[in-house]
Design a protein. Structure first.
Length: 136
């Protein structure tokens, strides 16, 4: 395959991002929505995190893909040296594949999220469900 045969939409997109953010001047709040609201007080917390992300997108269309795949791997590190209240590491993995047969298209996706070291506080715990996730 020559370089002239490669179109812009078929190029492998590789994005690696390193970002650190803190909010020492802003106290954030976490709410709990289960049980008696008088039992659970508001929780004040500080976040200071750095993350790295690898992303590949080989879908043939952004809005309505009919073939291709998408993959994402992300690491999040919360550090007290960046202003966080807790130290922990999290890994997020996602894979999606699209296949079409005539007018029919099937989209399959897997997501795996884990706290790989430390204990994530309530505001950083992973959530299940949401729009198009575990619906049905």
């Amino acid at each position: 395959m020559s370089t002239q045969d490669i179109s812009a939409t078929r190029l492998l997109s590789l994005v690696v991002t390193f970002v650190a953010f803190t909010s020492p001047a802003l106290a954030q709040q976490a709410d709990t929505n289960l049980g008696d609201p008088d039992v659970f007080p508001e929780i004040s917390f500080e976040r200071g995190e750095v993350f790295a992300r690898f992303y590949v997108d080989e879908f043939d269309s952004f809005n309505f893909p009919r073939s291709g795949y998408l993959g994402r791997a992300e690491w999040i590190g919360s550090r007290e040296g960046l202003g966080a209240d807790d130290k922990f590491d999290q890994m997020l993995l996602q894979g999606t594949i699209v296949k079409s047969w005539g007018p029919h298209t099937l989209i399959g996706s897997l997501t795996y999220n884990a706290t790989i070291s430390g204990t994530a506080p309530i505001q950083s715990v992973f959530r299940a469900g949401g729009f198009l996730n575990l619906s049905g």
